[in-house]
Ligand binder design. Sequence first.
Ligand code: PLP
Length: 354
Amino acid sequence: MSSYMQRHWNVLLARSSSSQRGKRRAYHGNLSTSTDMSPMKFEKIIGGKKDYVHVAALPCSYRGLFTTEEYGIEVGQRYAENVRNVIDKIHTQERQLAAFFAESMVSCGGQVLLPKGYLAQVYKYVRQAGGVCVADEVQTGFGRVGKHMWAFELQEDVCPDIVTIGKPMGNGHPVAAVVTTKEIARNFKGLGVSYFNTYGGNPVSMAIANAVLEVIEDEDLLTNADMVGRKLLDALQELKQRHPLIGDVRGVGFFIGVDLVKDRITKAPATEEAAYTIARMKQEGILLNAEGKYENVLKFKPPMVFNAENAESLVKKLDVILTEVENKKPCRESSTSSDSSSSDDGLVSTSSSN
Ligand SMILES: Cc1ncc(COP(=O)(O)O)c(C=O)c1O
């Protein structure tokens, strides 16, 4: 099943009602229908936000509207209430909720782990309002989180109505799929607009997708992601002790983010420093990306065969490069800098970098 089908079908399903929801800085695909619900894209287009799309706060416990620092274990509940408020607003506009779209861990938004209890509560609110819950597992699925095949399984008591899967499904080969309940599939069939795609379910793609599943199982790649991911996370935490440039290290399995800051107190994003680090890591043969609204979060999403030796070598190189950055431009451990300000979504920005 092609990714075109994945996108097209989702939106058809969602459009059977009149409102869609996304999350700040989310990305769900390239088609106009998926761009419509990807703030990362539509926020750059004048008039890009469609009136049937509603954006909830990015549930980032480190630099979002609600932080663990301030709200402790209640942070998931706070973000869930933010979603409930958005649903209330949809209703005051005399609209109905169609669907809630969210990645099970937010990739482009800055390698954000959903806070404890968030999805269970959000799904409850969405279903109470008659919406369906869509989990985008395009980046996070197929065992990347280590202990589970799907990242939504990290959240307690959660079962999405629709799951979209892609990227790792073919290990480079273009194949994607939508998984849903019998009830939703029957409703879709009932619309009478049957889905057809020339390449959907073609034997070559299916053989490749099956082979990927077999390798994941035979080589126990979930355990590898879990164990090597832990090592990598621990080593990055240790780097944080020595590098003031690192504000936060977060992640699970092979889905890790390192949030670079100019200042640990203001959390002013170290965007240029991230770009420099990525360019230097590339010279060392390691490809990283910068994620988040400020493109200051180093994204670690290594291949599933990444091993302990690879992790060690990566961290050594990063250590050297972060030292280089810090020697060029000192980062402060703490400060009461007056040139920082809080934006409407609780993110901290500085006049110099933004
Ligand atoms: C989270 C997420 N969802 C959806 C997509 C779109 O997938 P595709 O490129 O297969 O249409 C992407 C692609 O990068 C993605 O990262």
